[in-house]
Design a protein around this ligand. Structure first.
Ligand SMILES: [Zn+2]
Length: 428
């Protein structure tokens, strides 16, 4: 009984092995000798071999969470769902030199990239140019600041003003940011509060930045024309070849290479009203008699920031009965400017301190002889009073002679584009 059983089992085993060998041989012959048959049977060759070749990183499920920082958000509230507190503190500690997580601001976009519910990357847009990038490599963090990538397209935008630059920019379908960029370029020639009138026009060649197909703001303005009260102002961006190493060397110039920047700003404050002009005779509201007024009074709310109109050194920062809190600044070529009646000075304003054009020096107040909050702004040249509204400020330095050839070639190109209304992309 035992032997027949054993024999039977052995025969079955033998038959099974024989079957297996024939299947293997048949399959081998089939695949090697008739490859055409395989394709004829509509096998997808790739699906047979690629699963082993695919990068294992791509296979696990990747999830991207996008958001905008809300008012109540902190780095901890954004990350605690995905990382233990210990890791968040570690990221905070490591990123401090690049960007402190306490500086995360409302309204800024961020992205969380998850792989099977594990956070592998966190991105936060610090500003329009750069983002903070945190890589999580199995619990160790690599932190960098990287430029934000945009799709950039050049566009020509033109509009006519009815009552303000903002309104004209909006009418052209663009964002407020463009109005601000444009007014920065012409700030020395045009006072965008007082000088603008109906019928003024602009045309601008500007980089538009897109992210995920949506307009995300503007890059550089390459050229801009502005007609104000019938006068055409032109601006061309000049970036000398060396500007990558020294970004301060790029700027806006007219078609002759003259800088649009002037030695003095048009006014020491932006949003204000002139309440008293420069005059040889005016009835003084406190002394009740006619006296010369060798300055411009700008009425503005208490606390309005006051800027120095030009580079210079502080001669005096003090108080007297008439001027109240005042600052006097010495500039180049014998010019002196004074700012009276401030409620207080900006931090660090004292004698001999160097200031640069546009620096905050103090705030509008009504100290000294004043009937309401205002800034009394005065200018002198070689000791003699000058009317700041009538006087033409000297220009900042022109394009350097060794860069002139490059500047002119570039300006001709930009002018052509402005006149043909073609974009750079379509000219390529
Ligand atoms: Zn005054």
């Amino acid at each position: 009984m035992e032997t027949t059983c054993q024999k039977k089992a052995m025969i079955e085993q033998f038959l099974f092995i024989k079957k297996l060998i024939s299947i293997v041989i048949f399959t081998a012959i089939f695949f090697t000798l008739w490859p055409d048959t395989i394709f004829a049977l509509n096998f997808d060759h790739k699906t047979l071999i690629t699963p082993q070749l695919i990068d294992p990183v791509i296979q696990p499920e990747i999830q991207i969470v996008k958001g905008v920082v809300k008012r109540s958000d902190t780095a901890t509230s954004l990350l605690k769902k995905y990382l233990p507190l210990k890791s968040i503190y570690e990221i905070d500690r490591q990123s401090r030199e690049i960007f402190s997580l306490t500086r995360i601001r409302q309204g800024q976009p961020y992205r969380l990239i998850l792989q099977e519910d594990t956070l592998i990357r966190f991105e936060y847009e610090i500003d329009r140019e750069d983002k903070l990038v945190v890589h999580n490599k199995n619990g160790t963090f690599l932190i960098n600041q990287e430029p934000i990538k945009y799709d950039v397209e050049l566009d020509i935008i033109t509009s006519t003003i009815s009552y303000s630059l903002f309104e004209a920019v909006k009418k052209a379908g663009e964002k407020n940011e463009l109005a601000l960029k444009l007014s920065d370029i012409f700030a020395w020639d045009i006072d965008f509060i007082r000088d603008i009138q109906s019928g003024d026009q602009f045309k601008v060649l500007v980089e538009k930045r897109y992210k995920d197909g949506k307009l995300a703001g503007y890059g550089k303005i390459l050229a801009a024309f502005f007609t104000n009260k019938g006068t055409l102002f032109k601006a061309f961006l000049h970036q000398p070849e060396s500007y990558q190493d020294a970004p301060g060397t790029s700027g806006y110039y007219d078609e002759n290479g003259k800088s649009l920047q002037k030695a003095f700003l048009k006014a020491p404050l932006t949003f204000s009203r002139i309440s008293s002009k420069f005059t040889k005779k005016r009835f003084h509201p406190i002394f009740k008699e006619n006296r010369p007024h060798h300055g411009i009074d700008y009425a503005a709310p208490r606390g309005t920031p006051i800027k120095t109109v030009g580079d210079g050194t502080i001669l005096q920062a003090g108080y007297n009965k008439g001027r109240g809190n005042y600052i006097t600044i010495r500039h180049y070529n014998g010019y002196i400017t004074s700012y009276y009646h401030m409620c207080r000075f900006a931090k660090g304003m004292k004698k001999n301190r160097q200031v640069l054009q546009g620096d905050l020096i103090g705030y509008v107040g009504m100290t000294g002889y004043a009937t309401g909050p205002h800034l009394c702004f005065r200018m002198k040249k070689n000791g003699r009073p000058v009317n700041p509204l009538k006087y033409k400020a000297p220009s900042a330095k022109p394009v350097k002679s060794e860069e002139m050839e490059q500047f002119i070639a570039n300006t001709i190109q930009l002018s052509k584009r402005m006149l043909t209304k073609q974009t750079l992309a379509s000219l390529k």
